[in-house]
Design a protein around this ligand. Sequence first.
Ligand SMILES: [Zn+2]
Length: 287
Amino acid sequence: MLVSAKEMLQKAKAGQYAVGQFNINNLEWTKAILQTAQECNSPVILGVSEGAAKYMSGYNTVVGMVVNMIKDLNITVPVALHLDHGSFDHCYKCIEAGFSSVMFDGSHYPIDENVAKTKQLVADANAKGISVEAEVGSIGGEEDGVVGTGDIADPQECKAIADLGIDFLAAGIGNIHGKYPANWAGLSFDTLDEIQKLTGDMPLVLHGGTGIPLEMIKKAISLGVAKINVNTECQLAFADATRKYIEAGKDLEGKGFDPRKLLAPGVEAIKASVKEKMEIFGSIGKA
Ligand SMILES: [Zn+2]
């Protein structure tokens, strides 16, 4: 069974650790993340972008796969299925399909429109026990064709959105999606601190968790970050392990071409990445 991300993130914020959101792309990804969460006795959030959902056939397919995998693999840790960077319409599609959490990315709207849309979504989602993440200040880099410039969010705008009844808030503090450039300026902890002071108990979300140095992650958690999104890191690990397998010619040995063998090193690499992140975030044993 899926759970909303509300309770697990409130618990994380109170306990000064973070729950990882790991984006899924297919069955192998989903299985690797769920099994690792179970082995680590950690709560977990499965992130699905609109593009990844489309790739997997659609939201109903995703819900069917995740819900039934939880059943078949006897997963007992809390699992939330979360739409990542959703448009307003797609948040509703996910609620309809059975997601337990949605992120409305209204950061590109003027603040008044972001407020109005977020308010409506919160009312409709909360009525069904579905958690809502909102975003203030765009997050740099590219995600499914949405390019952000890496703003620093206005803490007052964060407060305005937080007061609408959302469950957790993503604020741009210089973080970006994908690999970080060599000249990256780092996270703005002063902004994060100010946002936390204004929003109180609200769990904060750090997007673009790939490649942020360990000390910065720890500091962000100490300043109220309770959810960290990881996507690119698992993709890089999967690709690297798969390339090594093929470059070593293992697909040409015996039945090495069998997808269950061909994809196995990549799956193990995802598992290792997820476990490493859970250790850093402090969510192990917190299910
Ligand atoms: Zn993001």
